[in-house]
Design a protein around this ligand. Structure first.
Ligand code: ADP
Ligand code: 5GP
Length: 210
């Protein structure tokens, strides 16, 4: 592989709550063990099965505001009544050749596009994919079936889902999560082929003497 193709890419995924992003990420970890997963900061309470500093950095609002003040965030947004943010340092691994998957909402992806558009290296090193449910009815069933949210939080997440799903055309790829293992395979194909985009090359290395 050309050295520029071998740098890492950031894969930004979005999708409504309950569509299966975390489930697909677990499947992806199985088939691409070398793939990194960005750990976001959030002021949301930890769910029983979640692990601090692995699933999220669970922080207080004061700590969140301190990160904001320090300019630590690549992007940050209020999502479903809680605060979320991705630390800029999560992108450091790209120069070391590691791909990293970031699960961030549509507002966050818009901010990343804006922030990286004039960046010589990082501006060419990310792709976006929207994860869609097979239908709204299936989405609701999955969100309720997960059993982690109050009735009020479920209603809020479903209300937000329709607005989020309207943004799918702004993304490079769309993956419909009928079956999690298949969706993960599709995402893995996208991640592999991202290294072969013409946009990652700045020079015609095939014309150089070995
Ligand atoms: P998200 O991270 O997008 O909020 P989750 O990964 O937590 O969503 O999935 C929500 C619920 O739907 C979980 O209970 C999960 O087991 C289930 N689920 C995810 N993908 C599928 C699928 N393809 N088919 C059936 N159930 C699924
Ligand atoms: P959950 O609370 O269910 O884990 O996530 C709720 C929503 O927050 C999801 O849409 C997820 O994509 C989004 N999210 C998670 N981390 C971040 C982040 O760092 N930034 C932004 N903008 N959204 C995030």
């Amino acid at each position: 592989m050309n050295p520029e193709q071998a740098y890492g890419n950031a894969i930004l995924i979005s999708g409504p709550s309950g569509v299966g992003k975390s489930t697909i990420c677990r499947e992806l970890h199985r088939i691409m063990p070398q793939l990194r997963f960005s750990v976001s900061c959030t002021t949301r309470r930890r769910r029983p099965e979640e692990i601090d500093h692995k699933d999220y950095h669970f922080i207080s609002e004061a700590e969140y505001n301190q990160h904001l003040e320090n300019g630590d965030f690549l992007e940050h947004a209020e999502v479903h009544a809680f605060l979320y943010g991705t630390l800029k340092s999560e992108l450091d691994c790209l120069r070391k050749g590691h791909d990293i998957l970031m699960d961030i909402d549509v507002q966050g992806v818009t901010q990343v596009r804006q922030r990286l558009k004039d960046e010589e290296f990082l501006g060419r090193r990310y792709i976006t994919a929207f994860i869609m449910p097979p239908s709204m009815a299936v989405l609701e069933k999955r969100l309720r079936g997960r059993g982690t949210e109050t009735q009020e939080a479920i209603a809020r997440r479903l209300r937000n889902a329709a607005g989020e799903m309207k943004k799918w055309r702004e993304y490079d790829y769309v993956v419909i999560n009928y079956e999690a293992a298949t969706a993960a395979e599709e995402l893995a194909s996208i991640i592999r082929s991202a290294h072969l985009r013409t946009s990652v090359l700045t020079r015609e290395s095939w014309n150089e003497e070995p």
